[in-house]
Design a protein around this ligand. Structure first.
Ligand SMILES: *Cc1c(COP(=O)(O)O)cnc(C)c1O
Length: 423
């Protein structure tokens, strides 16, 4: 393995970027090695500056459902570029995108484009508060919803009804409006609705949690959230930044048949460009400025190039009728290889083309069981794979993403490496 040039760039990067990176997980800190600096990517392969060509299961943390540099998406971007990069005025493609979202995503009648998942979630919560005229929200321990102040909150150690900040620089007052419940634990949600009756604006949840590793909702959990929010006049927000267009064209809400009031999107919707979106029922979304009193704006929102990349990607997914079946099959191949080779030493969670290998013997159903994983063992596994040109997430608590570009040959190669690790 040669990482000489990456190591040199990392030293140089650390001088002028925090941790040498523009987003923390890229630094490879949790696995204790030097991050690879990437030169290019094509299909299911990603190539670093030292010329190592690796099979990519990070897929830019989710956007790359078609693999990298899909020629159809590139063409759409190049064509759009010729007409100028940004105007700050409405364009036809933005209507096409809103129409497509209304067609594909069950909960969405009206939507607005933003430039990241963080922005989508932050804005959706503001709308939920404006619509219900209530302040408090419930989120789940281990679910990630971007880095806005009010969401960097975790459960306090004393009781489930106290919450504490998860980052420096956030005023303590912010945590008091964010209540933290336990994923897959209905009682923890009931308790909060009882204690804060009439005060809860919304419950926000990743319908499949994918930021503590992949954790599936247990049977009935999403229906329970649907019922308890309706009963209490609160909104249900599905954060589908990862699951949107990944589990199905209509996301987890289509996959599980549960329709939330609002949905946030990101990652795949931008086709590799910075895009997020939030949307929902018409009566809720009419609260958004300039139709209503909830202010939200963006200089580059609905950017013509980003919208072109997103539209091209969504239209490819829409026209490829059995793509989700193929994605699931590919992922199953990896899952089966791990299960048979590991002899019960790990636990895998999988849905569609999302998967996690937890280095624990416990079934992983929430934050507590996810964090029972042996992260040092994961770091060993990560390095073993990396040295053999298999690029998976440099953290136990991130998903493994499978794309349409993963070839049978590369999947088999990956299975062989995994088998030799556990062998
Ligand atoms: C990635 C992610 C976000 C944040 O999106 P950014 O584009 O990184 O700001 C929010 N919610 C979920 C579920 C995510 O996976």
């Amino acid at each position: 393995m040669n990482d000489k040039l990456s190591a040199e760039l990392y030293e140089r990067a650390k001088k002028h970027l925090p941790g040498g990176v523009n987003s923390p997980v890229r630094s490879f800190r949790s696995v204790g090695c030097t991050p690879r600096f990437i030169a290019k990517a094509k299909g299911d392969r990603i190539t670093d500056v030292d010329g190592n060509e690796m099979i990519d299961y990070v897929c830019s943390w989710g956007p790359g459902i078609l693999g990298s540099a899909d020629i159809r998406v590139l063409e759409a971007v190049k064509t759009a570029c010729d007409d100028g990069l940004t105007y700050g005025a409405p364009t036809k493609r933005e209507i096409e995108m809103a129409e497509l979202l209304a067609e594909l995503v069950p909960s969405i009648e009206i939507s607005r484009l933003v430039s990241s998942g963080t922005e989508a979630v932050m804005s959706a919560i503001r709308v939920a508060r404006g619509y219900t005229k209530r302040d408090k929200i419930i989120k789940f321990q281990g679910c990630y919803h971007g880095h806005s102040d009010g969401l960097l909150v975790k459960a306090g150690s004393a009781a489930l009804t106290t919450s504490v900040l998860d980052s420096a620089g956030v005023p303590a007052d912010y945590s008091k409006h964010t209540l933290v419940a336990d994923y897959n634990n209905e009682e923890s949600v009931e308790k909060l609705f009882k204690e804060y009756a009439g005060e809860i604006a919304a419950v926000i949840v990743e319908p499949v949690a994918a930021n503590m590793g992949v954790v599936l909702p247990k049977d009935g959990f999403l229906q329970f959230l649907r019922d308890i929010t309706t009963k209490n006049g609160a909104l249900l927000i599905f954060d589908e930044v990862i699951t949107g267009f990944r589990l199905a064209l209509g996301g987890a809400q289509e996959y599980f048949g549960i329709t939330p009031d609002m949905t946030t999107l990101g990652k795949i919707i931008g086709g590799g460009m910075p895009v997020g979106a939030y949307g929902g029922r018409e009566d809720i979304m009419r609260c958004v400025s300039p139709d209503g009193p909830v202010y939200q704006a963006g200089t580059l929102s609905g950017n013509p190039i980003a919208t072109a990349a997103g539209l091209a990607t969504l239209n490819i997914l829409k026209e490829d009728r059995d793509i989700y079946k193929r994605l699931e099959k590919k992922t199953e191949v990896l899952d089966e290889a791990i299960k048979s080779a590991s002899g019960g030493r790990v636990h895998t969670n999988r849905v569609g083309s999302l998967m996690s290998v937890f280095f624990t013997k416990e079934a992983v159903t929430n934050f507590e069981s996810a964090t029972s994983s042996d992260t040092e063992e994961y770091a060993k596994y990560f390095k073993y794979l990396l040295e053999r040109d298999i690029y998976v997430a440099p953290s136990q608590f991130e998903a493994m993403f499978v794309s349409n570009a993963h070839s049978d040959e590369d999947l088999n190669k990956t299975c062989d490496v995994i088998k030799s690790y556990f062998g």
